[in-house]
Ligand binder design. Structure first.
Ligand code: PMP
Length: 351
């Protein structure tokens, strides 16, 4: 348990040394007869193994700075997984009880990881409302007590800000250090924090940069405006369009099949030793699609959101049938490079 806000600020400062400033990978491949490079931020190297650490850290920092959370308050959040893991780890590190509301169909690894940090999980069935039910139940829980902090990742501007102030500038400067300038950024939309935040930073630097949100072809929440169908890419395309997403500020939505994403994630692991999750395979294919439109030399960046360890019991580790409209079978991964991390974001340069 932490005693004061000062203790919390010190612990937040320590945690921020373990989150962000990740490598930017140059993934070399050939696709449709042309040599390509796609740039992907290696977010599995964050404290708990996903990009969501950035958002959880920034939301808690902001809440402490604004006096919206007090030492000992319970952090309660509805999440499909990675956010729960991030708030469980960072919340517990700050001495907070953590209660996570999540749909009961999320992978067992995610549930066990959240519990391993000493957080409590409330599983919500499809009959109880699934994802939307999880959000409703977290709001009801907060309304029933005076000592609950709700991060509200789907509507909290600090989510977008986390990526506008860290992920976006890091990618920009890493590319710049290699003499490159991004032509486009793509990212699968869960809360939309990544695509909106990186997009906002990139557009401030160059209004002509393309910024594409990505959805799952089998379950196109963004295009439909609500949940349709089912899919296997945990973390994106939930049941609604989050408040922080403004599609009018973005370029056209890119759709990627879930099976194609699984095949691509498998290929990244077997060919390059990059053990990434399914949404990373999806982001890579979306980046390739955008590069097809802009030209093979276009500098397209994306994120590898998390690693494969949370998906070992899912179809990611099974043989995935190939379909004729898939792109992953046409991709040959040939090499990998890592761009320098940016000193401005190194531990000594921060704060
Ligand atoms: N991929 C995975 C595995 C995730 O957990 C998330 C977060 N829900 C995303 C992608 C999407 O990130 P964002 O919430 O910033 O849109």
């Amino acid at each position: 348990m932490i005693a004061t806000d000062v203790d919390a600020f010190n612990r937040l400062k320590g945690l921020s040394r373990m989150i962000g400033n990740t490598p930017l990978l140059g993934i070399e491949c050939s696709f449709r007869g042309k040599r390509r490079v796609i740039y992907a931020k290696s977010e599995q190297l964050n404290l708990t193994g996903s990009i969501k650490d950035r958002m959880a850290l920034h939301i808690l920092k902001t809440a402490y700075a604004e006096g919206k959370i007090r030492p000992g308050d319970t952090i309660a959040e509805a999440t499909s997984g990675n956010t729960g893991i991030s708030f469980a780890a960072i919340g517990r590190a700050l001495g907070h009880p953590v209660r996570i509301f999540m749909p009961d169909w999320m992978s067992h690894e995610r549930q066990d990881l959240i519990r391993s940090f000493g957080a409590e999980i409330v599983l919500v069935s499809a009959e109880q409302g699934g994802f939307l039910g999880s959000i409703r139940m977290s709001e009801e829980f907060a309304a029933s007590r005076s000592d609950v902090f709700l991060p509200r990742q789907f509507s909290n501007p600090a989510n977008t800000e986390a990526h506008e102030t860290t992920t976006g500038p890091e990618i920009w400067e890493q590319l710049e250090s290699a003499g490159l300038c991004p032509d486009a950024f793509v990212a699968g939309v869960g809360t939309g924090g990544t695509v909106m935040g990186v997009g906002r930073y990139f557009r401030a630097r160059n209004p002509d940069v393309k910024v594409h949100p990505v959805e799952v072809a089998e379950s196109p929440t963004l295009s439909a405006g609500h949940k349709v169908g089912k899919h296997r890419i945990q973390g994106i395309c939930d049941e609604f369009i989050p408040t922080i997403v403004d599609l009018t500020l973005l370029d056209p939505i890119i759709a990627v099949f879930d099976g194609d994403s699984i095949l691509m994630a498998q290929k990244l692991a077997t060919s390059l030793g990059l053990a990434v999750g399914i949404s990373s395979g999806c982001n890579f294919l979306a980046a390739l699609k955008v590069q097809e439109e802009l030209g093979p030399a276009a500098v397209v960046a994306t994120v590898f959101t998390d690693d494969n360890k949370k998906y070992l019991s899912t179809d990611l580790t099974k043989v995935e049938p190939v379909r004729p409209d898939y792109l992953a079978p046409e991709v040959t991964l040939t090499g990998i490079s890592a761009l320098d991390r940016v000193c401005r974001f190194c531990a000594s340069g921060r704060e």
